[in-house]
Design a protein around this ligand. Sequence first.
Ligand code: AMP
Length: 610
Amino acid sequence: MRGRLVKFADLVAAYERLEATTKRLEMRAILSELFQSVPRPELAEVVYLSQGQLRPEYEGVELGVAVSLASRAVAEGTDAAPAHVAERLRALGDLGDVAQELLAVRSAVPTEPLEVREVYQGLLDVAKTSGEGSQDAKIGVLRGLLARTTPVEGKYLIRFVMGTLRLGVREATILDAFAAAYGGGTKEARLRIEAAFNVSSDLGVVAESLVDGGLEALGAIRLTVGRPVRPMLAERAKDLAEVLKRMEGSAALEFKYDGLRVQAHLDENGGVRLFSRRLEELSAQFPELRTELPLALRTAPAIVEGECVPVDPETDEIRPFQDVSRRRGRKYDLDKVADEIPVVLFLFDVLLEGTEETLGLPFPERRARLEKLVQGSTRIRLATQRVVHDTEAAQAFFDESIAEGCEGVMAKSLAPESAYRAGARGFWWIKYKREYTQGLADSIDGVVVGAFHGRGRRAGTYGALLLASYDPAKGTYESFCKVGSGFDDAALQALPERLKPFETAERPNGVETGMEPDRWFTPGLVLEVRGAELSLSPTHRAGLGKVRAGAGFALRFPRFTGRYRDDKGPEDATTVDELLRLYRTQVRRESTGDDDAPEGAPALPPGRKD
Ligand code: AMP
């Protein structure tokens, strides 16, 4: 068949055979035969069509045809009354079957066989038409195609349009078929083909290369700005000792930010496109990142990766990721939510820099490149990193990460083989998260011992307060959190006045903290806070060493409840032993760490992760 235009009937024959089997081997054989029969110019189209798509998935091209619209097209294309179509749909339950039935009894029988190319073009037109009058235009195209299909072709055309093909063809099956068709079916061929798909995310491009030059040609598939790379994934370890063991004693640890993974593509004209972990385009949702990226990176074009997290602009504290997930699905008021939920993109990798593909370089070299490439800005920063050689150092870094509002650490191999492995999960990256805990059942009464100057809207007052817990045994006030959330404007304005009586030039005796606030207070004012959980941190000193040497309790995501406990003196505030009990009674569960499923019972508050 190669060399002539593919008939739609040939594709439909393959669809019928695919539908009739659930065996992966058989599907592979059917697809491999189909692809080999198709001339080069039509190959990509046939590959997409066999996936039930028109374009590679990341482009997000959708037909946008609702059942009412498709029903009208079927009625008009088969000269049937709309009521009759509706009735048959109720009886058969599938509009494709209805089309097939009605086409079998229509009066005018088509003479010219349809070509795949015409169907493909028609469907692409349907997908691209939008706005006023688009409904009629879409119906017009579908009616025109139906007028020329045989009954069985009509069935698959309508199913395709409705997204109900149900052929069971997965990406993996298509990769198998490519390996069978162009690589002798060997395991090695399959691996090379998959690797090419992982960097291009486009099965059409992979198929074309294979036809052009077999497996050897795959190496010529280049990273392309605007075409996302399938993300490298991490393995897990049970503890930090295992992390280091797997990395032969030394690793680069990075904060594991809890947000949305973003792959940013910057073109040479300053254009930016952003893709999620699942390669959906996020460009529209983060206008401020599109503005800042060209300024924050020294070279264009470039492809970089990072984690986008919500950050409180006044205190610069990381907020729970649920805030940023609210921005992901937004379609309207994009600038408004950008102001309401400011984010920071913490960059952790570089895949393309100028014309050079850096993804094959070992990780330490990529990090060095990234550090040179990123000049940084308010919203674009480097992920915090430290190279460690022992578990104590790893634990200290982990504690810092938690104290900063992150969910753990990402360990990255320093080995020469630590290239960026697109789409692959392996021990070159290991994630280690704190155990998930449920939110604290109780509120905590904290004593104000310090304050930090406010910025932005909070200029002139305090942006955050340093709170301490009392240790009656030692008579000390030991810090456990810095709280900036939960103060309304009135409360904020009143803060300096309220705290004035307690102001003191130096750290009062008995106040223990690893933080350096802008202002110190003698312990006096007590206020109530709530938080997601208690964790351990080297910067806070509440109950220092009670659970682990060198670490105190830290309240994660603290929030002022609005209540000043004027009824309590500082010695009546929550004590360190109460914190210890709270810490011990937190409901603990292991992190599932599952990439593809929403976390079963996440740390509070709940939400869905990319
Ligand atoms: P998980 O989603 O729990 O499987 O963890 C992997 C995810 O952590 C990645 O896909 C990123 O979105 C995110 N992440 C956060 N910080 C980093 C980092 N420093 N390096 C790599 N991935 C990170």
